[in-house]
Write a protein that binds this ligand. Structure first.
Ligand code: ATP
Length: 268
């Protein structure tokens, strides 16, 4: 079995992220996108945000990223109130966010330049991460000559190279076709495991959530609330890289059934 041992013992007592009673209103307070959302992330844990369209997943992720502010509630990263974006959080979007006028290498280096990482270290980290996403031969290629999957690998390398403690992903593989998506999911599991990151990933895809996550937070809609917070205990505290092995585990089918039923309830 291709199994990676997983240890969730916290290194510090301060959680990497703590959301306390977050609400977000739009349209002058007449529309509630999020209502009283509280959770704590554990270090080195992958959490998937799942729920029907419009339940506030992206809003919650943007609040964590510091791109939006909650109307009420408090958000702390390593015990500090979030005041805006910061180098402790890196974001990967569905749309390919590489700069078209920069090569793959320059794209990976760019964020580190902003963070004022010295040039030699920057170069070394860039090459290291391009290698990890299997793009070392494409270091000098421009995004237009790369496939969708390759562009997302550049985004993954760029985010990891900046070494944020928390990685936020909004449907990162949503635009990829099935086979590339699958390859990217496997690569992500491998890299996250290696780099020991705390991850929040939004996905519409229940199968993808079960495969990637250690924990699923399911949002209900209008207003967006936490409907269920599900630790994926059937994995026995491990990450399993080969999907077919995951499917065979007792508990997989029941969890998938439960999530589909919850989704159906929400979209009724
Ligand atoms: N700037 C805004 N002004 C008004 N309403 C907004 C704004 N941003 C989001 N909303 C509304 O808040 C709700 C939650 O949106 P959000 O994008 O967070 O949902 P989501 O769960 O990520 O949806 P999807 O899965 O379709 O991306 C939606 O009804 C959306 O229309």
């Amino acid at each position: 079995m291709n199994i990676v041992a997983k240890d969730f013992t916290p290194v510090t007592t301060v959680p990497p992220l703590k959301a306390s009673r977050i609400s977000k209103e739009y349209l002058g307070g007449t529309f509630k996108a999020l209502d009283d959302v509280s959770f704590e992330l554990q270090e080195n844990q992958i959490t998937a945000f799942v729920g029907p369209s419009g339940c506030g997943k992206t809003t919650m992720l943007r609040i964590i990223a510091g791109l939006e502010y909650p109307t009420r509630g408090r958000l702390e990263v390593f015990g500090k109130n979030v005041q805006g974006p910061g180098p402790d959080r890196g974001m990967i979007f569905q749309a390919y966010t590489s700069f078209p006028w920069l090569t793959a290498m320059q794209n990976v280096e760019y964020g580190m330049k902003i963070l004022k990482v010295p040039a030699a270290e920057r170069r070394e980290r860039t090459m290291n991460f391009l290698k990890l996403v299997h793009l070392e031969k494409f270091a000098d290629s421009y995004p237009r000559s790369l496939s969708g999957g390759m562009k997302q690998r550049v985004a993954l390398a760029r985010t990891l190279a900046q070494n944020p403690a928390i990685i936020l992903m909004d449907e990162p593989f949503g635009a990829l076709d099935a086979q590339v998506r699958w390859e990217m999911q496997e690569l992500m599991i491998e890299l996250i495991e290696r780099e020991k990151k705390t991850v929040v990933a939004i996905t519409h895809d229940i199968e993808e959530a079960i495969y990637l996550a250690d924990r699923i937070i399911f949002f209900s809609r209008q207003p967006g609330r936490i409907k269920a917070d599900i630790p994926l205990t059937f994995k026995g505290g491990r990450r399993i890289k080969q999907k077919e092995e995951l499917l065979e585990l007792p508990g997989y089918a029941e969890l998938e059934r439960q999530l589909f039923a919850m989704m159906r309830e929400e979209i009724k």
